[in-house]
Design a protein around this ligand. Structure first.
Ligand SMILES: NC(=O)c1ccc[n+]([C@@H]2O[C@H](COP(=O)([O-])OP(=O)(O)OC[C@H]3O[C@@H](n4cnc5c(N)ncnc54)[C@H](O)[C@@H]3O)[C@@H](O)[C@H]2O)c1
Length: 268
């Protein structure tokens, strides 16, 4: 089933996604993260889930906000496995301060833009470069293409909540990157999409709840389907669908996986 490269794979959504690639039969899965120990542990754990008898894995230390680090990750992956079929950009950070736009913390603004927007852009750029040199895989019924990319947007790609200036901007930006790269490389048989989760029960969200304890109940109260947080595997399954041949006619979209959070706010 090919080779998958997942950033942010030490924890949360990235880790679940990387494990699912292993479970679905990938020959190789690369676990990339700036939490190197976490990436090593997750890569080792993946051997329990892997179903391909020739399965191999690699843990790579990476800072997505550093373009040279991203290039090294992609070079190492290409050297080890010879190709990249699926690239998932799940490395990301949330806001650590809640402030209105006029008082936005500048360090936070730089950090979020550097990791969530520039980091995603660096990864798309370097990975697509490798994919461009891969053969176009076709079958009798479907065109599998040269590879596909899935980025992590958010419900904040389509809406906002108060005091989330930089995070909202970063996740809208991910949709822009997704559309632009998809349009540029459709002719090359490379698909680029985004998955846009609502609140997911991961460290990123738990840290936000610690800073603003009232947030958990408020958020859950606003989730139309089930009134609960998502589990990371509920996001991973949609990422794998978008990355894989079942979505061979889909490119340039952001798919909300949000239990209806972005449908509206009014309740009667
Ligand atoms: N949890 C949610 O509610 C939620 C909702 C919507 C979107 N998202 C998005 O999904 C993605 C994954 O989030 P998560 O909830 O799994 O968070 P998480 O904190 O559990 O995992 C994020 C991973 O990214 C890594 N990371 C952070 N900065 C990095 C950097 N500079 N270089 C390399 N790795 C880095 C972290 O070490 C961590 O392993 C993020 O882009 C996030 O914005 C999360």
């Amino acid at each position: 089933m090919g080779i998958a490269l997942v950033t942010g794979a030490a924890n949360g959504i990235g880790k679940e996604t990387a494990h699912l690639f292993a479970e679905k039969g990938c020959l190789g899965v690369v676990y990339a993260d700036n939490d190197h120990q976490g990436a090593i542990a997750a890569a080792a754990e993946s051997k329990e889930y892997a179903t391909n008898q020739s399965y191999r894995t690699l843990a790579v230390h990476i800072d997505v906000s550093d373009s040279a680090s991203v290039q090294r990750m992609v070079d190492q992956t290409a050297q080890e496995f010879g190709r990249i079929d699926y690239s998932v950009n799940a490395a990301g950070v949330g806001n650590t301060t809640l402030r209105p736009a006029a008082l936005a913390n500048l360090d936070e603004l730089h950090r979020i833009v550097d990791i969530n927007i520039k980091g995603t852009a660096f990864c798309i750029r370097a990975v697509v470069h490798v994919m461009l040199n891969q053969e176009l895989l076709t079958s009798a019924s479907r065109n599998f293409g040269r590879g596909s990319v899935v980025n992590l947007g958010s419900a904040y790609s389509y809406m906002t909540l108060p005091d989330t200036f930089a995070y909202t901007a970063s996740k809208h930006g991910v949709i822009g990157l997704t559309k632009a790269a998809a349009f540029d490389h459709a002719k090359d048989g490379i698909r680029v999409n985004a998955v846009c989760p609502g609140p997911v029960d991961t460290a990123l969200l738990r840290q936000a709840f610690e800073r603003a304890p009232a947030m958990e109940a408020v958020l859950e109260g606003g989730i139309p389907l089930g009134g609960r947080l998502a589990q990371a595997d509920e996001i991973a399954s949609v990422i794998l669908f978008l990355a894989g041949p079942g979505a061979s006619y889909v490119t340039g979209v952001g798919v909300p996986v949000d239990a209806g959070v972005t449908l509206g706010t009014a309740r009667l």
